[in-house]
Design a protein around this ligand. Structure first.
Ligand code: NAD
Length: 428
């Protein structure tokens, strides 16, 4: 059977329309919020190492900034479509709102494959991206940060270019910087830790002890590795992780029934989160096709790779033992699959809440950068825990009161907050 193709932006709009109906939003609010307020697309000419000039396409999309400066990642991906960037910008608006940060939502990217680019070429792309968007971004307007296949090196090159153009030091311009140069301690861990803080609270609601649970992860990048780190320290067991394999251009799942060894796997994983298959097998991991991560007999599934991974085509493969799904990747579940998960009575902590930890800590980095005063790691992670726990509890209480699922509750809270900000500003 041919696989249905999903357009993340259409999914995100459908999701919004459903919530707008539930909240009975007026026409102006619907029209304003279902599309981004501003979009820029541009070409970045880059001198390659062999002397050729290659043109890369870049973008920045600001969905809504009624609650404060926009905030959102920059992703480097060969198949980067504007529709995906649009969808993610909208998701960022809901994400900042659900965790109650005084920010709006944005997203940007460059269509490129970092696997095929040298560090110097990547630096030129980063600097070129800033030169193209300098008028549309800034600490008081729109603050970028890392996302898929971008990291602290890229953020620092971008900051350096921005400061050179502005003629002043502006560490609050970008987040995800190296800790030695204006980054926040705890930032790297925050996305994954945030996931597991919400999972910890959900397990409490479900009267389950984390130490008696098992999990399977899709993805073994920054988010997944740190989520696994905290989950293992909570006493949990991870029996499966899956990841992309660039050499074979496919995905693999690596299994160990009695639990993976995080440090061992990290040592054989490249910076793109790809596990060395031969060495994994030598360490005693069973290697299976990537999509088997979803079939594992575990209590918790954590999709932490890319969007559209839980679909109507694979919901039936989810093992009957699974009780909780924690969405690390944005748009991990398609809307048509979500209703099937609800029918099955599965608890799903939705992306906008579950993976907001990175955002919360990015906001902390922005605040620290703007005041040029930096907090200690325990202070950052303590504030992260309080913020994520409060956000989870607000959503779960709202869901309980109204007898709705966590996704609808999170969206209703977020959309209501953004609509109110737009109304109070007199926009609608
Ligand atoms: P990353 O680039 O560090 O890692 C991505 C991982 O996914 C890698 O292990 C890669 O091999 C794997 N992967 C890619 N395609 C796959 C596929 N089809 N099947 C299985 N594995 C696949 O990225 P990350 O920073 O860990 O982000 C993961 C997800 O979380 C993304 O969707 C991102 O948008 C989202 N997210 C990231 C942050 C953050 O702070 N980094 C915050 C919020 C959300």
């Amino acid at each position: 059977m041919a696989q249905k193709s999903y357009n993340l932006f259409e999914n995100t709009q459908q999701q919004f329309d459903r919530i707008a109906d539930q909240l009975d939003l007026n026409q102006a609010a619907r029209q304003l919020l279902r599309t981004p307020m501003r979009e820029v697309q541009f070409s970045i000419p880059v001198r390659m190492d062999d002397g050729r000039v290659q043109i890369f396409r870049g973008s920045r999309i600001q969905h809504n900034d009624a609650r404060g400066p926009s905030k959102g990642g920059i992703r480097f991906h060969p198949l980067e479509a504007m529709e995906t960037i649009r969808a993610l910008a909208m998701l960022m608006t809901w994400k900042t709102a659900v965790v109650d940060l005084p920010l709006g939502g944005s997203m940007g990217g460059v269509a490129c494959d970092p696997h095929d680019l040298s560090p110097l070429e990547l630096e030129r792309i980063c600097r070129g991206w800033v030169r193209q968007v300098v008028k549309n971004v800034g600490p008081d307007w729109d603050v970028p940060g890392p996302d898929l296949m971008t990291d602290s090196r890229h953020m620092l090159w971008m900051l350096d270019e921005y400061e050179a153009i502005q003629g002043s030091k502006r560490p609050g311009f970008i987040t995800g910087k190296p800790v030695t140069l204006g980054g926040s301690v705890g930032r790297k861990e925050s996305g994954g830790y945030g996931l597991m803080i919400t999972a910890r609270e959900a397990l409490k609601d479900m009267h389950l002890d984390p130490a008696e649970t098992k999990a399977s992860f899709q993805g073994f990048g920054n988010v997944a590795q740190h989520a696994i780190d905290l989950y293992l320290r909570m006493g949990g067991t991870v029996s499966c992780v899956s990841c992309w394999d660039q050499a074979d251009r496919t995905t693999y799942a690596y299994l160990k029934g009695d639990g993976i060894n995080l440090e061992e796997l990290r040592k054989i994983t490249n910076p793109f989160g790809e596990i060395d298959q031969d060495r994994a097998v030598a360490f005693g991991y069973e290697r299976l096709p990537g999509d088997t991560w979803i079939e594992q007999p575990v209590d918790i599934l954590v999709p932490a790779a890319v969007e559209n991974q839980i679909t109507p085509g694979n919901v039936s493969k989810i093992h009957s033992m699974v009780k909780l799904i924690v969405e690390g990747a944005n748009g991990a579940t398609t809307p048509d699959a979500h209703s099937l998960l609800v029918e099955r009575g599965l608890n799903v902590i939705p992306d906008l809440l579950a993976n907001a930890g990175g955002f919360v800590c990015s906001y902390f980095e922005q605040v620290q950068g703007n005041m040029n005063y930096y907090w200690r790691r325990d202070e950052v992670l303590g504030k992260l825990d309080v913020h994520m726990t409060d956000a989870y509890l607000a959503v779960s209480e709202f869901a309980e009161d109204r007898k709705i699922d966590l996704r609808d509750a999170a969206y209703q809270i977020a959309v209501t907050r953004v609509t109110k900000a737009c109304q109070e500003r007199g926009w609608i």
